[in-house]
Design a binder for this molecule. Sequence first.
Ligand code: SF4
Ligand code: SF4
Length: 475
Amino acid sequence: MRFPFALSAKIAGHIIKHKVRKTPKFAMVLQLEPLHTCNLTCTGCGRIREYSTSLKDMVPLEKCLAAAVDCDAPMVSICGGEPLIYPKIEELVAGLLEQKRIIYICTNGVFMRKKMRDYMAAVYSPEMEARLQELVKQELVTEKEAEVIRKPDAAAKSKLVIRPNKWMYWNVHVDGLEFTHDLIVEREGVFKECVAAIKMAKILGYQTATNTTVYKETDVKELDDMFAFLSSLNVDGHTISPGYEYDAAKKDMVKRLGKQPEDFFLTRKMTRQKFAKIEEWGKAFTIFGTPVYQEFLAGKRELTCTAWAIPTYNVKGWKAPCYLMTDGHYDGYQEMLTKVQWEKYGVVDGVARDPRCENCMVHCGYDPSGALGTNYQRGDNWKNFSYNFGAKPKPFAASVELTKRAFNGVSIGKGHLAEAKAAINSPRAAMNGAQSVFQRREEPHEHNGNGSCGSGDTSQRDELLARIAETRKVE
Ligand code: SF4
Ligand code: SF4
């Protein structure tokens, strides 16, 4: 099956229950943001910018768990920020599992291996030795780390950890192959770390998915290779969604990178061109979601936004109207459902009811629309049912060629800062101090108490690139 039976049955049961009760609006997936702190500063991320003044705030564990009960969504996507920075992430996962919810931990992958080492140390027994040796052989765990796992201290043994569970997925953020991904997350080596984390997760028996945002610059051929490569790693499924031109990110693009939004974000027309192959991908790879949404992305039909079905809860409360746009925050999910004028949002028959919705086709607005919205067509339910209960596509065969195509960035000396490095190594650049700026950035830096870089600091990189541009003008 494309999606495990128990999980598909739970979601189908939830929809049927509400259809029978004629509930007008209900939640399918809770986007839970326990914090907005992140260790990265991805280009196009609105979160770390929109909530820049509350990056240190966190939703208390009890409130996170209460939010899940409040909206009663069968699936919870724990996002952020970087959720693995949340100090009570283990307790949060345990609490949501106790509530019998399907959990996705949406992570940039950087801290995943650390969390999995914690798991191994807590449960280590000789039966685990073969897997530990395999991890060492594949250089996913060092010899030193393996020793710590074999001889955990009392604190490591008693630590609450994130264990493999059929109701839980790691959901790793991967926006392309190495060069593109590292460029988008604005740090070299992150793609490599994500791949290492995915391999380790699979060896340990975790369910592992990926999520990809498609930008204007994303090359469709590269997405073919990316899905093939991830499938060859036995990734269990993929979510893919077009990027969206939201205000916080738009302002940041203009101010920080000197780009215009139309240079970067997808318009509706461009989304349809990029997603022309989505149904083909849906057959070849385990793309999560509904085929009705895929038809919408491919430009074969219209859908009406059902943002209320994928609500977001964060440090300020229930965010309305959707994950992307903020017109207000509410204390309760039902209060938000009642008070928000939903008919003001979305695009109906090609006409935007709110200009900010014009180019939006994101999954959190439209994925559930086929089943829950007003655009239901005869046969849609069967289509969605047979897709999710149907056979899972076979994993793509791993090959040296495919791996070479995947590691096309810093691994072959073509990192996004390579050009910058070359430029600052010129004698003139050395004279004007560009080298020292670059070296400062490359030095290891202290993390604060919770292991994060706070708001993430790209200022030195920006400063460096500005100096390089200046150097070029003079030379
Ligand atoms: S990993 Fe990137 S996209 Fe995700 S919250 Fe951090 S900066 Fe934003
Ligand atoms: S169309 Fe829906 S999901 Fe998209 S921005 Fe508008 S309200 Fe949000």
